[in-house]
Design a protein around this ligand. Structure first.
Ligand code: PHE
Length: 341
């Protein structure tokens, strides 16, 4: 039995040294020290020994067990250290390797145009307002003097949320006129850019979602001359000094008188070309003097105060500003297009 124990000890210690991984050590632990292991098998024969031999062998077996356990402990520590060493080597950071270039995004052309517009108006003392895209029909229509039955309220043009046509996606930024009048103290000078929605099919000039910039000024003694002067200044700052505008009569329920403003084609100077479709002029926005009824509905005395308002299509402005031919390019977000700005 003594020889058996010595043999186990020698073999086990040698095999521990050869183990390459923690899993190998586990297998060896089971083989030598486990319940069905070699050492246990020897111990089971203890019963056959004489009373004198038994404690001696017992002591010897315990020594072997202790030696194997110690050796296992050492080997496991050695393997752990080696694994750590390997990992550290693998994870070494080579700070001399050139980095990967980070590609930075930039502003969308339409927002570049919007920022230019905001800058111009802020420079003239306007405040920039933000408002809800899900709007009450009361604000989108009623308080703008477009009562029940007005053609623009039709279901075929407007995205309503309810059968009673009370809640809708705003079809214009003009409800912000009313919201400004209800929340600001006079005088008022605001612009309100944002998304608007109409039931239009997508083509080169239409989209069911587009952006407008609303403008509103209310003060004592405000006239159409202020409207023309302000808008002329804006157009000159956007498109260059000397850019001509013209005002054509038009109709909106919430302005009286109403007009549309065109800009002389910046490409052909008014001679007529493909950009202005031979007209020499490009339509830019709708505008007018705020209807007295709209002022009164918002609680403003129309005998004392007057105002003007405009609404311009932002996509259209960006298309003109950057000479882009198709509205769809603005929304497709193809980076090959966007990177050109
Ligand atoms: N809301 C009008 C439209 O969408 C534009 C407009 C705004 C006209 C303000 C006059 C005054 O067509």
């Amino acid at each position: 039995m003594k020889e058996q124990l010595a043999k186990i000890r020698a073999e086990a210690l040698a095999s521990f040294q050869e183990a390459k991984a923690a899993a190998d050590l586990d297998t060896l632990r089971v083989r030598y020290l486990g319940k069905k292991g070699e050492l246990t098998a020897v111990l089971k024969q203890m019963g056959k020994l004489s009373a004198e031999e038994r404690p001696v062998m017992g002591q010897l077996a315990n020594d072997v067990r202790a030696a194997l356990e110690n050796a296992l402990e050492d080997c496991s520590r050695r393997l752990e250290a080696a694994a750590l060493e390997l990992r550290l080597k693998a994870e070494t950071l080579d700070v001399t390797i050139p980095g990967k270039a980070v590609s930075l995004g930039h502003q969308h052309p339409m927002y570049i145009a919007l920022d230019e517009i905001k800058d111009i108006f802020i420079g003239m003392g306007f405040e920039v307002l933000d408002g809800p895209e899900v709007e009450l029909a009361v604000y989108n229509f009623d308080k703008l003097n477009a009562e029940e039955g007005h053609p623009s309220r039709d279901w075929s043009d407007t995205f309503y949320f309810d059968n009673e046509s009370r809640v809708m996606l705003r079809s214009q930024t003009s409800p912000m006129q009313v919201r400004a009048m209800e929340t600001r103290s006079l005088p008022i000078r605001v612009i309100a850019p944002g998304r608007v929605y109409r039931k239009d099919e997508v083509d080169a000039t239409h989209s069911p979602m587009f952006h407008q910039v609303e403008g509103l000024v209310i003060d004592k003694g405000v006239t159409m001359a202020d409207l023309k002067g302000t808008l002329n200044t804006v157009v000159e700052q956007l498109y260059g000094k000397g850019t001509k505008t013209r005002f054509r009569p038009h109709h909106f329920p919430f302005t009286e008188p109403s007009c549309e403003m065109d800009m002389q084609c910046h490409k052909c100077g008014g001679a007529g070309c493909s950009t202005c479709k031979g007209e020499g002029w490009i339509e830019l926005l709708g505008a007018g003097m705020v209807h007295p009824r709209v002022l009164e509905m918002a609680g403003i005395d129309s005998e004392v105060y007057s105002g003007w308002a405009f609404g311009l299509g932002l996509e259209r402005t960006a298309l003109k500003r950057f000479k882009i031919a198709d509205l769809r390019l603005i929304f497709e977000n193809d980076v090959r297009f966007l990177e050109q700005f």
